[in-house]
Design a protein around this ligand. Structure first.
Ligand SMILES: NC(=O)c1ccc[n+]([C@@H]2O[C@H](COP(=O)([O-])OP(=O)(O)OC[C@H]3O[C@@H](n4cnc5c(N)ncnc54)[C@H](O)[C@@H]3O)[C@@H](O)[C@H]2O)c1
Length: 409
């Protein structure tokens, strides 16, 4: 049997939470350890990670712990290295755009965490650089690869819902302030000046989730709030929380048939969980409804819909949760990050676009930006369609400008 082709991946930000846990530990190392992936023509491709970051000591320790041969603190040298095929970035959001631009301009394929940039202008510019350089660019759209959402999408494809009416999403959990108990998230998430913000962080996810389940988002009405004004950082120092830690959004979407769908999504790091999962989406349609979380999805069809009668004088006699049927996986659904990595690697070898690229990511950044604008101006903001024309940068400026937002539709 012939040797598999090896793709060398410079993994930047691999000492961070996402870079380490989801990308190195749950995706790239398992792909390496399973001997790579088999392509449709029967050939195999595998990966060779190169760990990249600022701390030599941390990288060396990680490399030793996981049997990784190469590590480096010199990202620029790896971008210039002709033996490196892919540059991956999970570093701090504020550093991302310049890393991706450099890598693509040097002809490297890129796979990256979201958001791709801090501003719409930069995100659109990256998409343009990606198109011009002809590399394969993939942006993490992990939620669409989650078993719960894979099942939900299957229900849409099978016409289970009839006409979709609405979506309700609930995301969040209590993130400790860091004073008495350590916070579960990095402190930069709560500092606007360092790229933190619930809206910036999550609206790029909600954009592709809504696009991927019902259709594109046409307008946003959002309220961003900083519920917890002070937090304690990794060194135990108190700092003012300058970023929003909750965002309450209403998104008007449009299905491929042209039907409007109203989606409401609450996102909060200051909420306590009374749900089955940390994120849940309920989709209601004329013929059926479903609730999907990270792994589970339950559904109730029209013929099985009970008829509750409102009577506040009597205690509830039926168990509403028991009236739903679990949707089976009917397949082995792997970790979402790993599944997307495998698809991306196959795209790189085939020399084709990845289905979730930099333009989709730019739409996510756009939704976050216009969501913050909606909140600041206390009004509904229309979402102009983004296209990669030569004047894309200029269009993006207009789209972000309150005076002209909406004019591009
Ligand atoms: N897909 C998802 O569900 C998801 C979830 C959380 C975060 N993210 C994204 O992943 C990225 C990383 O988030 P995280 O939670 O892992 O953060 P983190 O703080 O744990 O990791 C950030 C990484 O960047 C490095 N870094 C920090 N400051 C730097 C600097 N000044 N110069 C160079 N490197 C620096 C750190 O060493 C670390 O490796 C963010 O862009 C975030 O938006 C995605």
């Amino acid at each position: 049997m012939s040797q598999p082709r090896v793709l060398r991946i410079a993994m930047n930000g691999v000492t961070g939470r996402m870079g380490y846990r989801q990308h190195l530990l749950r995706s790239i190392l398992p792909i390496r350890d399973q001997g790579g992936i088999t392509l449709p023509d029967g050939s195999r491709v595998t990966v060779e990670p190169i760990l990249v970051g600022r701390s030599a000591a941390k990288l060396e320790e990680l490399a030793r712990r996981h049997g990784v041969e190469h590590w480096s603190t010199d990202l620029d040298a790896l971008i210039a290295d002709p033996t490196v095929d892919i540059v991956f970035d999970a570093s701090m959001t504020s550093l991302r755009a310049s890393t991706l631009r450099k890598a693509m301009s040097a002809g490297k394929h890129v796979f990256t965490e979201k958001p791709t940039a801090e501003t719409l202008r930069e995100a659109v510019e990256l998409a343009r650089v990606g198109r011009e350089s002809g590399v394969t660019a993939g942006v993490v759209h992990d939620k669409l690869y989650l078993p719960g959402l894979v099942k939900l999408r299957r229900l849409v494809d099978e016409g289970f819902f009839g006409r979709i009416l609405s979506v309700r999403g609930e995301f969040g959990y209590w993130v400790f302030e860091g004073e008495h108990q350590e916070a579960q998230r990095p402190s930069w998430n709560y500092r606007r000046e360092d790229g933190g913000s619930m809206t910036t962080d999550m609206y790029c996810h909600w954009n592709y989730v809504l696009e991927g389940i019902v259709g594109p988002v046409r307008s946003v009405t959002s309220t961003a709030v900083t519920h917890i004004p002070a937090r304690w950082d990794e060194q135990g120092h108190e700092y003012p929380a300058t970023a929003d830690d909750a965002a309450y959004g209403v998104f008007e979407c449009e299905t491929p048939a042209g039907d409007p769908v109203i989606a409401q999504i609450n996102s909060s790091w200051a909420v306590r969980v009374y749900r089955d999962e940390l994120v849940e989406f309920q989709v209601d349609g004329t013929h059926g409804s479903a609730v999907a979380g990270l792994t589970k999805c339950v559904a109730q069809q029209r013929a099985h819909t009970p008829k509750p009668v409102w009577n506040p004088d009597l205690p509830v006699t039926e168990s509403f949760r028991d009236q739903w049927l679990e949707v089976p996986a009917n397949a082995e659904l792997d970790n979402g990050f790993k599944a997307q990595w495998e698809e991306f690697l196959a795209d790189v070898v085939a020399g084709r676009e990845h289905r979730f690229g930099l333009l989709s990511a730019a739409r996510g950044v756009q939704l976050a930006e216009l969501g913050l604008q909606s909140s600041a101006e206390r009004r509904t903001v229309d979402i102009p369609e983004l296209e990669l024309t030569p004047e894309a940068g200029e269009d993006a400026d207009r789209a972000a400008d309150p005076e002209t937002a909406g004019a591009l539709r």
